[in-house]
Design a protein around this ligand. Structure first.
Ligand code: ZN
Ligand code: ZN
Length: 141
């Protein structure tokens, strides 16, 4: 699959990054209680990528980590900008996560922090089927 390098940043701009994404990427939507709280939204939208695909370019010292036990029983870590609270990525200590991408390990990157026109996301794939059981919990009219 061809890859594309994109840039992203937190709300205040102190933290910037570059990320190598498949073109088009597959976006996951998680409706679990932790994702709803941490995103302050009805769901979290993120891509699962190799740890090596994301490079913090600026503001590494501005990042802080929140850790909580996830559904798998392993700590799930969410990495934020200390200044503006934007969550840039997450990791999980689940060994299954560490094995992904030929042992490079995986992280989840929130697609909302990318500095690209929203229109560019139109052709992206949705991995919603994984989360359909969670989604039926939320019915908005
Ligand atoms: Zn910030
Ligand atoms: Zn979740």
């Amino acid at each position: 699959m061809p890859n594309k390098t994109l840039s992203g940043s937190c709300l205040c701009g102190n933290v910037t990054y570059k990320v190598d994404l498949p073109d088009p990427p597959e976006v996951n939507f998680c409706y679990c209680g932790h994702c709803r709280k941490s995103s302050a939204s009805l769901f979290d939208a993120y891509v699962i990528i190799p740890k090596t695909a994301m490079t913090i370019e600026k503001g590494e010292k501005m990042l802080t980590t929140h850790s909580i036990k996830g559904d798998s029983g392993y700590p799930v870590k969410r990495i934020f900008c200390k200044e503006c609270g934007t969550r840039l990525y997450g990791t999980c200590d689940n060994p299954e996560f560490a094995k992904m991408f030929d042992g490079f390990g995986a992280l989840t990157m929130g697609v909302g922090t990318l500095d690209i026109p929203v229109k560019e996301m139109d052709g992206w794939k949705k991995a919603e089927e994984y989360y359909k059981d969670q989604k039926v919990l939320i019915k908005l009219n």
